[in-house]
Design a protein around this ligand. Structure first.
Ligand SMILES: [Zn+2]
Length: 264
């Protein structure tokens, strides 16, 4: 049962026939881990906290820098120099004290990832490097957790939901079998990123997490959504499961996460 404060706070959700009290109760029960408190994880976290997700975990070992503030809307100028997860937890708590925010001031590694996933139902990947993306994909597959994965670079974004542990659903490796060789793909500090484009993708990521939590609508499992900010275009393509996938295919060669180096 929702209390009086919740009935008022979530009134605009409660009048939605697809959400209502039942959906809001599911949202309150959900435990979501956000990996990367950056340009994607910030808007996703804000919308998920505002929506009343029960438990929200933030994983990041970085501190807030001045160049983050152009897109990382969870932080204020006074937060520069503070650990991101600490400043983020404070901001999310002040937005919605009903949400249990867990700050994980660590870098995701093969040694800690399974323990971190243990306390959560849905995972949102907003990380900025391939080592973390592949590690998280493999760990979510073995832990049977839904992974909502967003990426953004310059003016373009991608979003997909991976449930490789479910029949017919692809994982991230079905799309990209292996990480690209180090140094071949520039990161966002080299290429730049339009802040609001990251905001669009992070908000969409939060939305897909909410749909998974509330069990409403049609999610992005088996699909990939692509956004081109400069031409204001969205496109959704089918993303089939690859039977030859080394992780979720019929003859997998990846049997655990320990092929990943312990420090990524
Ligand atoms: Zn796969």
């Amino acid at each position: 049962m929702l209390n009086d404060e919740e009935l008022s706070r979530y009134a605009r959700h409660l009048v939605l026939r697809e959400v209502g009290g039942v959906g809001q109760a599911k949202i309150r029960k959900a435990r979501v881990l956000i990996v990367g408190a950056g340009g994607l994880g910030n808007p996703a976290a804000l919308y998920l906290a505002a929506a009343g997700i029960g438990k929200l975990g933030l994983v990041d070992d970085d501190t807030v820098s001045l160049s983050n503030l152009q897109r990382q809307v969870l932080f204020r100028t006074a937060d520069v120099g503070r650990p991101k997860v600490e400043a983020g937890k404070e901001a999310l708590n002040s937005l919605n004290p009903g949400v249990q925010v867990q700050a994980h001031d660590v870098r995701l590694t093969a040694a800690n990832v399974m323990g971190l996933l243990d306390g959560y139902d849905i995972v949102a990947d907003g990380s900025d490097n391939f080592a973390t993306r592949f590690l998280l994909n493999d760990a979510c597959y073995f832990a049977k957790k839904t992974l909502v994965s967003a990426a953004v670079t310059e003016f373009e974004g991608q979003l997909a939901t991976y449930k490789g542990h479910e029949p017919g659903c692809p994982c991230y490796r079905c799309l990209f079998p292996e990480p690209p060789p180090p140094g071949t793909v520039p990161n966002c500090s080299e290429t730049g990123v339009l802040g609001a484009a990251a905001g669009v993708m992070g908000a969409l990521q939060g939305l897909e997490v909410l749909k998974e939590a509330a069990g409403i609508g049609t999610g992005l499992a088996g699909k990939i959504l692509m956004y081109k900010a400069l031409s204001a275009e969205f496109r959704t393509a089918r993303l089939p499961k690859d039977p030859a996938c080394a992780l979720c295919g019929t003859n997998p060669t990846i049997r655990d996460i320990f092929g990943h180096s312990t420090a990524v």
